[in-house]
Ligand binder design. Structure first.
Ligand code: ADP
Length: 635
């Protein structure tokens, strides 16, 4: 083989496709470099000559130092890899390279120079790097994927949170909107409106779009100034309520509630405004009513269906002597006298059938044991469904009225009594005169005596009624019972009536052999009254039928006429004292409205009953019942 000459070798090294650089082993200065190296490090030959290796290759890896040291010591280090910055087309580029340090020895074996080979990395190296980069990339990718997944999860959470937030806001709005007559505001620590909702929002002059996110001073500085101290109070943690009356007349109740976070720090203020106009008006109305009740002269009392007192006004305190404190929660029986305790259940049963109890005259007991005459008006208290939940009772003290009545009765009694004596003698004189004149030639005198006799009887009957009524009122109407034949008595009364009454046609049927045990005179007055009414209230020429019927132990007597009849509305009252039916017809018929009242009282005191059936313009039938004497109980 032929060895190339020195010149040839020099040219080969100079143009070799690897970077070659020769260092002086002691000074470490560069002595020579080939063209490829200059290109690799982008320098000119003059830049390198005499320069220290370390100065030029500052970017060499720290491993170079030990590899270089080994080469100086005459040993060969394995290839070392590194990178260099290369300027290509004016751009910095990092070039992966391998440095190979070779010691160059003289013939004595001393290292005089170091040859440095700078090899650009081969495909292998690049592949390796690429693989490493790829690996790194894969790892990064994995990390990226994981991060992505996390991001997706976070996103989902975020979406969910957003959805929850949306739902809570919707819930807040629908709650706020559905509280009738309300406005709900939330302000943050700086008084800025966070939320506003409510069905009276517009009426109160708020518009959500103008308010949410805004500061009150931006909207209405005056309004803000007026309510600023309230915002400050609530945000300082105070919970309170105030009442306001609007210029337009509405009343508002405003609650201020501090809203705290988990650390118990006030974050915002909740302001709830409620329209309480209706409640206020109702309060005012009930205050007025309460004032009326309190100032009334009548005792106004309410009680439960179990007769427990629930309210007791000032007049009740004055009238009965018990204070509200003493009576509320107590039974009303406390003021009902012993002998009238059964009135309460009777009143209750009447109210239960929907009846009202008006002007029921009775007596009540005061705390100090006095008996008061009272007139009671009792009405049911109903709930919205019409169910009776209690009773209200108005009691009027009628003691004065009763005393007045008593004086009147006493007067009637006294006058009647005084009239009776002269009337009796007058009647006796008339009867004697009538007998004497019966045969007289003078027809006028005999007729006049007859008429005088009739009028004296009528007057006696009237005076008797007045006497009886005054006795009745005074509780002195005595019933003196004796057995007698009712049929016979009816016959006698009828005959006597027929002596004076010729205008009507009478009949008496099925009334024989009926013995009763009763007060004869008083029963006569009852029958006379029913017959005279039948005559009074039916036109001339009409039929009047008297009949009897047995019903168990009772005898029922009926008096039937074909007269004007009685309207159903009046029928329930004709047995009341002084009650008279007011019509154009009855106006001209004289009477006092005491006949049926007295009759009813007399029959009741015999353990019987009295009632009437009637049809307007057709006629009426009056009935009364009396126990038969055959019954051992009645003898
Ligand atoms: P009076 O003295 O007014 O007749 P009563 O107590 O006997 O008093 O009767 C009360 C009222 O009942 C009468 O005013 C009358 O309106 C009515 N009345 C009584 N009986 C009859 C009858 N047979 N027919 C129609 N109305 C009657």
């Amino acid at each position: 083989m032929q060895i190339a000459g020195e010149e040839d070798l020099y040219s080969i090294i100079l143009h070799a496709p690897v970077g070659i650089c020769i260092l002086h082993a002691e000074s470490m200065t560069i002595e020579a470099a080939n063209i490829h190296l200059l290109k690799l490090i982008n320098k000119q030959a003059e830049d390198l000559a005499g320069k220290s290796y370390r100065e030029i290759f500052t970017l060499a890896k720290p491993g170079d130092e030990s590899a270089l040291k080994m080469a100086v010591e005459g040993r060969q280090h394995q290839d070392d890899k590194g990178t260099m910055i290369q300027m290509l087309n004016g751009k910095k580029e990092i070039v992966p390279v391998t440095f190979v340090y070779k010691p160059v020895k003289n013939n004595k074996g001393k290292v005089t120079h170091i040859a440095i080979w700078i090899l650009e990395n081969t495909k292998e190296v690049l592949d390796e790097e690429l693989a490493a980069i790829n690996e790194e990339l894969a790892a990064t990718n994995e990390e990226y994927a994981a991060a992505n997944e996390e991001l997706a999860a976070t996103n989902e959470e975020l979406l969910e949170t957003q959805e929850n937030l949306r739902r809570s806001e919707k819930l807040f709005r629908s709650i706020a909107l559905n509280i009738p007559g309300s406005l709900i505001l939330v302000v943050d620590r700086n008084h800025r409106y966070m939320a506003i909702e409510g069905d009276i929002m517009e009426r109160m002059g708020y518009d959500r779009r103008d308010y949410e996110g805004k500061h009150p001073s931006e909207i209405s500085p005056e309004r803000y100034e007026a309510s600023r101290h309230l915002y400050e109070r609530v945000l300082s943690g105070e919970k309170f309520s105030i009442e306001r009356k609007a210029e337009t007349g509405e009343f508002y109740l405003i609650h201020f509630v501090p809203l705290k976070n988990d650390d118990n720090i006030v974050e915002s203020g909740l302001i709830i405004t409620l329209d309480i106009t209706e409640i206020k008006q109702a309060e005012e109305k009930s205050a007025k009513l309460a004032a009326i009740v309190e100032t009334s002269d009548d005792a106004i009392v309410s009680k439960t269906l179990e007769s427990v007192v629930t309210s007791w006004n000032a007049a009740a305190e004055r009238m009965f002597g018990y204070t509200a404190e003493e009576m509320i929660g107590q039974t009303i029986y406390k003021i009902i006298p012993e002998d009238r305790q059964n009135e309460e259940p009777r009143i209750l049963s009447r109210l239960n059938t929907g009846e009202r109890v008006d002007h029921f005259e009775t007596r009540r007991l005061t705390k100090d044991g006095r008996l008061l005459d009272v007139s009671l008006t009792i009405s049911p208290i109903m709930d919205k469904q019409g169910k009776i939940i209690g009773l209200s009772k108005i009691a009027r003290d009628i003691t004065d009225k009763k005393q007045e009545e008593q004086r009147k009765n006493d007067f009637i009694g006294m006058v009647s009594h005084e009239l009776k004596t002269p009337l009796t003698s007058l009647a006796a004189i008339i009867q004697v005169a009538q007998k004497k004149l019966a045969q007289s030639e003078d027809q006028f005198l005999s007729d006049a005596m007859e008429k005088a006799n009739q009028q004296a009887r009528r007057m006696a009957a009237m005076i008797n009624s007045f006497l009886n009524i005054s006795r009745l009122e005074a509780g002195k109407l005595l019933i003196e019972k004796q057995p007698f034949d009712l049929g016979q008595l009816l016959q006698e009364v009828l005959e006597e009536t027929q002596l004076t009454v010729t205008s009507h046609v009478f009949s008496l049927k099925e009334c024989s052999n009926l013995t009763v045990n009763a007060d004869r005179d008083k029963i006569i007055s009852v029958i006379s009254n029913l017959i005279s009414n039948a005559v009074k209230y039916s036109p001339k020429g009409r039929q009047i039928d008297i009949g009897c019927k047995l019903n168990g132990n009772m005898v029922i007597v009926s008096v039937k006429d074909e007269g004007m009849g009685i309207k159903p509305d009046d029928l329930g009252y004709i047995f009341d004292r002084y009650y008279r039916v007011e019509t154009n017809h009855t106006r001209h018929i004289s009477g006092f409205g005491i006949g049926l009242y007295l009759s009813a009282e007399i029959i009741k005191r015999h353990g019987g009953e009295i009632w009437a059936e009637s049809e307007l313009d057709k006629g009426s039938t009056f009935y009364f019942s009396l126990p038969r004497a055959e019954s051992p109980d009645n003898l």
